[in-house]
Design a protein around this ligand. Sequence first.
Ligand code: ARG
Length: 461
Amino acid sequence: MPTAAALDALNRSIGTDVRLWPFDINLSRAWSVALWGAGVITLDESKKIEKGLAAVAEKLAGGATPVPSDEDVHTMIDRMLHEEVGDVASKLHTGRSRNDQVATATRLWSMDACAKLDSSARMLQQVMLDHAEALQDVLMPAYTHLQRAQPVSAAHWMLSHFWPLERDRGRIASASRAAGVLPLGSGAIAGCAFPVSRVLLQGSLGFSALSQNSIDAVGDRDFVAELLFAVAMMATHLSRLSEDLIIYGSSEFGFVQFGDAFTTGSSMMPQKRNPDALELARGSGARAIGDLSTLLSTLKGLPSGYNKDLQDDKRVLFDAVDTALLVLPAVAGALQETRFNVTRMRAALSSNMMATDLADYLVEKGATFREAHGAIGALIRESERDGCDLDGLPLASFKAAHSLFGDDALDWLEPARSVARRDVPGGTSASAVRAQLRSAHEALWPVGEAARGNELVLRAI
Ligand code: ARG
């Protein structure tokens, strides 16, 4: 009895997994060599299969598409290989199962995706670094609870979005390492019954380790979960960056002006420039989080070994990675063409933001912090009553608020002074920000890589 059409329709994954073909071809080539090494097929048969696989790859690269009977990428390649080389094609499936095959292909795809994600994230970081270099001397308010809190260098704000991406790149590298464990040779569940060299397979396919347990190997999708988490975390960071920029681009803030290439006009209001790229980045973060939670929900109920539920891992994996690879260059482009309005940023600084500095002033003169806090609180209330900021109050008010206030009290309301005082590593003083820029540069261009670059230059000379 043939399977029901309704099951075929549900079961067919070719629409999603056809893109695994280059990886499935590679692992199949390696498998055919392994079968020869194990004495299962002759050298001649192995060569025939390899040639056939090369021809299949050429057809697929040239745009060959699946036929209706192709269930998934593995059966499609199997059909095409039969068309190329005839019966010998069926020998390729000796000792392997689609269970270890799909796990291997998905891992290869994931490692490749990690390399792409890393380089796209790096490009965005480079844009941030370029802006930060230019913004070192620009002052702006930093916000807590979205309330003006303290003045900072605008470069410090820009780099506050650089480091989260740096951590994301670390997580992507670690997800790539998690993917780099070879399951091929696990068969359907119990391991391969032929003496294939898994070590040679590992080396030829670029894996860094071998799976230790065939039951685990065919059902393990931790590497997908790790990559999805890395992507969801990065999407969250991109969403927060976008949110900052969208707020800063509103007329009320006016700290940034968006460019033309990454915004759209309104069909109705000619004055508008909508930050679509940033809004789409923020919006798509929700899907990345959904993709992660879909996979975890799938995994948590599964008995050990391969189960067909796992077929859907690729939908979420591809969706999350594809989206991230669309979002990263769009955010990089939008940020690159963003202009900073230095005057508006500076104008948003008010002397009340130096309240902590004034408290520190009293502490340096011998007051306790509690006492100082009380005195500044009284000054703030007085300024609110008078409808001005702290620098609108007369010196006499300061002296009345605390006897330790001297004639220099008002100098401490200068934002540049407040910024310069925060000279610890990780702080916002000019020299701390310079050091931070150096670290950011080193993170992006590790010394080893720079040296390789120099070598190339030297060789060219
Ligand atoms: N298309 C399947 C997947 O993506 C391949 C593995 C099928 N294994 C099986 N025993 N039917 O998971």
